[in-house]
Design a protein around this ligand. Sequence first.
Ligand code: MIG
Length: 805
Amino acid sequence: MPSTFRSLGDFQLLTDHDDRVVATASRGAIEIAPAPGGALRVRLSRRKRLPKYHSLAVSPSPAAAPSTAASASTSAPLSVRSASAQGTAAARKRGRGGGFSVVNENLTAQLQFDPLALSFSLKRGPAFAVDVALGARGERSERVVVRKMLRPGEHIYGLGEKTGWLDKRGRKYKMRNSDVWLEHPAGIGNATDPLYASFPVFVVHSAKGSYGIFVDNAEFVEFDFTHEDWYEFSAPADVLNYYVLPGPTLPDVLCQYTTLTGRMPLPALWTLGFHQCRWSYASEAEVRRVAAELRQRDIPADGIWFDIDYMDGFRVFTWDKKRFPRPKQLAADLSADGFHPITIVDPGVKVDDANAYRVYDEGRTGDHFIKHSNGEEYNGKVWPGRSAFPDFHRAETRAWWAGHVRGWLADFGLNGIWNDMNEPASTDLTGPILDARHDSGKLPHASARNTYALQMARATYDGMLQHDPDSRPFILTRAAFSGAQTVAALWCGDNHSHWEHLASSLPMLMNLGLSGMPFVGVDIGGFGGDSSGELLARWTQAGVFYPFCRNHTHNQTRAQEPWTFGPEVEAICRKYLSLRYQLLPYLYNLFYEASQTGAPVMRPLAWHYPKDPVTFNLNDQFMLGPNLLIAPILAPGLTARAVYLPKGRWYRWSVGQFGKLPYIDGPTHLIADAPLDELPLFVRAGAIIPMWPLAQHTSAIDRDDATLHVWPGEGVLDFYEDDGATRAYARGDYCLTRFKVIADSDGVAVHWGRPKGTRPERPSLRFTFHGLPVAAARLDGKPIIVRQNTVRVKADGQKHELVVR
Ligand code: MIG
């Protein structure tokens, strides 16, 4: 323990309030309170008095527990515990020997008095999250420190967007939203930290189960996982707040965490399509050319992006009139061709001459910019030059910004907003940004920085909803904090065209998913540096399985659109992007699940195989939902790779080939062939995977024409369908049908029930069976026609049984 460490001192007094318990010691206090979703909240103070609890991450009205048993398409149903939707469950408290316990639903906190320490347990379960030391440290004891026991066999996941392996053991991490540029081909082991976003939440997982800790402090929180027997987290604040998420499974932890911090609402379907970006398509002609090429070359795409050069001198909410003389017409033409235009909007507002730039003038008059402690406007240098920064922690400023966003969308017919530089990135001009104050001077920068982007995204979201109250706003953000999942998707900033950055995207994105952030991706092909044809081909093969799928590159690098490396690479990109489009109903279903339970879309194998130690730090494979296992090629020159298949039966993906397919029974390692045009992709026996016919953009998809692809085995699909665009689903306009597949020695049966929701069913449904030759089919006992392993069934809202042999 460093010499400056001070314990909280001797226990003095226990106060039992109705909704919380406070133990005071000579140099501090601990408060324990029940929290929604069966969690407990702990507040550790280095003073004897606890200020009022305040959080920008934990919503005052917690997300409801999953309302249906529809935890989507998993062979074994998710064991999601029902959370108490209404506020907190009352604590049951009882004294015991030298301690005291607080209980919320199944979770008990045991408070020991001498020395003050906490441990937790689920009914009859062993103790976990056991304190080994509590106190404060630093010259003025300015950092509150919690140290807890770590056991052999325990692994650490989460922490959001971090470098390093899936398992965070062996590293220290800091939460401080930062604009970073990794010059070197730093691989997974690269120690760059912090990055752009802060998610101070982690999961401790072992074959015995999982629990989570969410450190609810926006200050620069630090984590230390370098020790054998304990881990530590600390915050430079008077009070450290943390929630214990009891699990006992990974899905439980995510459900508990997102009950507190909220879940991602359903995205608009188009946002799951392919996005083409570059810094920058800097003229109307260039944007039109790229859009036309995507269509001519049959590269399916929905998003087309406008990086900073569309603006007039980088002034936000303006267009460069020379290069974009008719932005409204341009957006309308793009929309007519199935593209969704998205513009970048940075926080920095150009400091301009009086009456030259409305946004700056209004910002000054309305007191909307952050100021130094002496009351002067903080200015830093960003793209527009000298700039001021909106005070997004202030409600009036958020409303002002929302108004601009609303106008921006309405005036030009745009569909999405891209928030960059929102850490905020800035080169100080008027003095250090750390001296700036937020929320009308009430909040020091060190407490406001990590939530700056979150508050900006919330303002943006509000503006987008004002523009169209029935829409599903789309925001892509670089910086973020816990809770950002409720308003934004995230990409991981400036990666590079290095194989190592393709490889490191897997653990980074999987850990973001385990931090409650399902809609994530990295720049496909790499942002900095020149990509190569082989790298782009391999990156696209992996990237079509990222939840967010965008090709993007720097303005000083060679072009990186799918066709720029010749016909072979173009064909590979087309093949895999087309597969993504056909798989969109499966992907959309996973987003539905995320909106219900907080489950990630892109998952480590440990999510589905939590007792299998081979999965615990498996960095080079991932699952898209329960049924697809992706093992991308992550290094040049390879035409085969080792793949781990966990317990159960697996098929290599081969839609289009019928008859008997070879299968592999796990757990096993195998060498999978992977010529440049093939990605090792496996499907779980018992999978039901909905697919749509291929189209070049989401609005052209015939969504009534769905096929359920079935691989023999045991499985469930809760097939969720809605209009993919509006909020009508919240009024019941959806169709949710549960399909079950059961296999026996000589055939497969699919059962389904009456759909839920008021949305009419699609007129019919096709089933295609894989892995067995189908000679005959019976629907509710009556023979029906089979062609190419496929049968078509008319929808009638009733229960049915389909058996094929
Ligand atoms: O200082 O807008 O991460 O995606 O293309 C660079 C230009 C600012 C950084 C973003 C990148 C974007 C670029 N931006």
